[in-house]
Design a protein around this ligand. Sequence first.
Ligand code: 1HE
Length: 257
Amino acid sequence: MEYLTLEYNGDVAVVGLNRPQKRNAISDAFIEELNDVITEVEARAKAAVIHGHGPHFCAGLDLAEHVKKTPFEGVHGSRRWHEVFARIQRGKLPWFAALHGAVVGGGLELASSVHVRVADRTAFFALPEGQRGIFVGGGASVRSARLMGVSRMTDLMLTGRSVDADTAERWGIANYVVDAGEALAKAIELAKHAATNAEISTYAIIHALPRINDMGSEDGLFVESFIASFTATSPEAEARLNAFLSKKAGKVTNPNG
Ligand code: 1HE
């Protein structure tokens, strides 16, 4: 592979963006390789982690390639990002991102398509498209806006400013903030835990929650009942519920010990 690395840690696939000399900027060929890696990961793993090699997670769109495109090629390019990132957001597996350094433009769009984001204290987040004379095209107007809210995203895009990891956590972009260099280990730990969930519950969590979030309350509650019943009456749920009742399954832990 030219742009990515792929390793396995038990049931967890660890995918590395690996174009550090260009700050992991995403070209057309990079997106196609990511698409192929997702296919491979879905066939073998139960959860996945994505991280960046080098000093940054990802500098976004490969701007050198973008300047050569016609308007129509630009639309197709954006739609391809949507297709590939949708395979992450609404695929078979839960994805976790380990973020450090620049999480910028398309890098933030990629990070917004995963299910849980762990940022270390070196991470900074920005949408500099306004400064570049372009617009977001990898799903940020939908995914990143839902994470942080339209008002904050408008501010980021109009001012081009960066926000740090703690602000990103406050804004709902990052789920966890850890010390420098610790994001990958934390993301793998979380992914390993998610890999032990019932597959059907994980599928419901990653597919139903964003859809219900887009529905009106009554529709959402109605859909929730069917998913709740479908998962709870599965053989796996029966086995897991019985394991708890016969004291063979772990309890929920108190974070304060
Ligand atoms: C790139 C890119 C890139 C770096 N496309 N080549 N994204 C941006 O507007 C972010 C642009 N990048 C930066 O602001 C900085 O590079 C960083 C803050 C991310 C990193 O800074 P630094 O000092 O570590 O690296 P650098 O020296 O700026 O970059 C190293 C090399 O990577 C350099 O190339 P070189 O040939 O001179 O060594 C840079 O030109 C190159 N490089 N970023 C191409 N993005 C689907 S729509 C999505 C829309 C967007 O993503 S817009 C946001 C684009």
